[in-house]
Design a protein around this ligand. Sequence first.
Ligand code: PGA
Length: 258
Amino acid sequence: MRKKIVAGNWKMNLNRNEAISLTEAVNLFCQQNYQELNLKNIDVVLAPPFVYLDSCSKVITNTKRLFISAQNCHTEEKGAYTGEISVPMLASLGISHVIIGHSERRILFHEDHEILATKVKAALKFDLIPVFCIGEVLSQREAEQHFEVIEKQLYESLFSLDVSDFCKVVIAYEPVWAIGTGITATPAQAQEMHLHIRKVIGHKYGLQVAENTSILYGGSCNAANSAELFSMPDVDGGLIGGASLKAVDFITIIQAVN
Ligand code: PGA
């Protein structure tokens, strides 16, 4: 049974106290609902900014279903890269996941598929789970190139992995036109793309691997629309931005994946 995952990408938001309070609230919820989360194979992941990773990690008491993720990592293990954070550094804090390939990193920080492929391999080398984001921009959807774009992103950055490594990766489909815009993909659009992604994975790695891969939806997913999106058979949870910053909203979204 593939995992359901609800992940909160806090981006560059919150101060230290707010970050800790939010982690405490989600931790309490996960603790109180542990049996149910466990039974339904649901993981909850929080991705605070780098500076709060250690403090937030220390808040967590339910380490089996609640995890802390980094939002980014560097390709190299160490060296003269002022301001950067490496995967072994994250591993030494007990960080379990890292978001790679977010459209903000691709577009604003010019991360191309080679850099992203290297980051994925670096994460896997130190046993971090890559949450790998893919998604088309609006002009590509309007030109009906979205399936092609997604296939290319998968092939270029992930499909050189051997099957045992690929099995550790979580995919997040995030149409760029939906991120932070309030315009969500319809459940039908999300399902259509997730099914397509699963087929592409099946073609490369086989049906069983495709069936076991968790594919999350991201892009203006919130407390009001998450239940409908998550009810789609190939949508295995969400990567949540804005709506992950408020405990009540994020907890509603976790409940929606049920
Ligand atoms: P959003 O962001 O939920 O604020 O649209 C999602 C993301 O960027 O991961």
